[in-house]
Design a protein around this ligand. Structure first.
Ligand code: HEC
Length: 106
């Protein structure tokens, strides 16, 4: 298990134990998605929850979300442009974030 999945599992563990009100943004400080995105509120970009809803039921959700993160650009949300790979996420981080986002509405 890589450190990223460990971090996500740790976050999930906190959620289940009820000590935090909502899921935390994974890997804040590394990929810095949280500079623009929040889990469940949208101000300057769609929330991860909304994105998860968009791909709900799509069996290629993880692949498509990962492709969007990697290429950046605009996806029809009308918030502007997302920088490719956020602010420098690695491919491994992108994979793990895509799984995290897709998993929010499973
Ligand atoms: C500088 C701000 C910024 C950062 C940093 C950023 N995003 Fe975004 N992101 C956006 C904006 C703006 C959009 C919506 C673009 C549009 O209006 O279509 C977006 C859209 C998305 C989408 C939607 C793709 C789709 O297919 O609809 C995903 C997934 C996403 N971001 C994931 C991430 C992840 C993961 C990170 C961290 C690695 C990240 N973003 C970092 C601004 C950002």
């Amino acid at each position: 298990m890589n450190p990223i999945s460990t971090a996500i599992l740790a976050t999930a563990g906190l959620l289940i134990s009820g000590s935090v009100p909502a899921v935390d943004m994974p890997m804040e400080g590394t990929a810095r998605c949280g500079k623009c995105h929040a889990i469940d509120s949208s101000s300057m970009s769609p929330s991860f929850m909304e994105i998860s809803e968009k791909y709900k039921g799509d069996k290629d959700a993880v692949k498509k979300i990962a492709a969007s993160i990697t290429s950046g650009g605009s996806f029809g949300w009308d918030y502007g442009e997302m920088p490719a790979k956020g602010m420098g996420a690695s491919d491994a981080e992108i994979q793990s974030l895509a799984k995290f986002i897709a998993g929010l509405t499973k």
